[in-house]
Design a protein around this ligand. Structure first.
Ligand SMILES: [Fe+2]
Ligand SMILES: [Fe+2]
Length: 275
């Protein structure tokens, strides 16, 4: 059994310090095996915002982390920086290769950068990254849960079909299936959601997508409060997703949704935490 804490859209620069402290306390209590961070660490990719993000991650040590950037981590107004070194500050403050992947006997987790210099708000996956995904999991056995962390979602959350998907999502889905990826963790829309991704006609198998809300920023959407996800993985057999929602005093864990993997697809499982 592995526990992944999935946090996203921290937006340091537009963060609420009270929520940062509460998130640190909640993560310390949960004691996850891995923290997956699906982008938008900062509000405007400013140096002081990355420094705040770095200080936050330093307080989570020694828990392993897989951290990917989001569109807000590419400078918007500094055009030279935006195009010359769009992720310069991200790489300098977090380490060029820090948290690109994690692997143990039960889970293999790969971070993919979908943020781009051009004004692709929904981001993109390159064909080289699709090949990287296929290569990355080639040596992992069937029992290993294969996970991709990417800021921009491959599917919109339930009930919001108009929200965008990452650019080149169709060939990306084919690459995910070829690689045997079971689970994709995303952010960007600031909506918490989990469910099986509807595959294009003819695509075999299925992928479970999990979106995280914004963990500590004031950029909440509509009535949805701040949140993060606790994902419990029983190898590639069963995954439960529990949303931990800010209730004004702490992050409270809601009853989980359970998904069982069988026959190449995910099925809603029995309620409750797996034994
Ligand atoms: Fe965001
Ligand atoms: Fe975003």
């Amino acid at each position: 059994m592995r526990l992944i804490a999935h946090i996203s859209d921290l937006h340091f620069g537009r963060h609420d310090p009270r929520l940062v402290d509460a998130l640190l306390a909640s993560l310390a209590a949960a004691a996850p095996d891995l923290i997956a961070v699906s982008g938008d660490l900062t509000q405007r990719a400013r140096r002081r915002e990355f420094a705040a993000a770095r200080a936050f991650f330093d307080r989570l040590r020694p828990t392993p982390m897989v951290i990917v950037p989001g569109n807000h981590d590419v400078p918007l107004y500094n055009v030279v920086r935006r195009f010359a070194r769009p992720l310069g500050r991200f790489e300098r403050l977090l380490g060029a290769d820090r948290g690109a992947c994690f692997r143990d006997r039960e889970i293999a987790v790969l971070g993919i950068n979908s943020a781009r210099s051009l004004t692709f708000k929904e981001g993109r996956i390159s064909f080289a990254q699709m090949e990287q995904i296929v290569r990355a999991f080639a040596a992992d056995g069937k029992a290993v849960l294969k996970v991709v962390v990417i800021h921009h979602p491959l599917a919109p959350p339930e009930g919001s079909p108009g929200l965008g998907r990452v650019g080149r999502w169709r060939p990306a889905l084919a690459a995910l299936r070829q690689a045997g990826v079971h689970l994709v963790l995303s952010g960007h829309h600031h909506h918490g959601f989990s469910g099986e991704l509807e595959m294009p006609a003819g695509a075999a198998g299925a992928v479970l997508v999990v979106h995280a809300g914004t963990a500590v920023s004031t950029r909440t959407r509509g009535e949805e409060p701040n949140s993060y996800n606790l994902i419990r993985c029983d190898g590639a057999r069963r995954v439960t997703v529990a949303v931990c929602t800010w209730n004004g005093g702490r992050f409270a864990e809601a009853p989980p949704r359970t998904f069982d993997y069988a026959g190449g697809g995910w099925r809603p499982g029995s309620k409750g935490v797996p034994s």
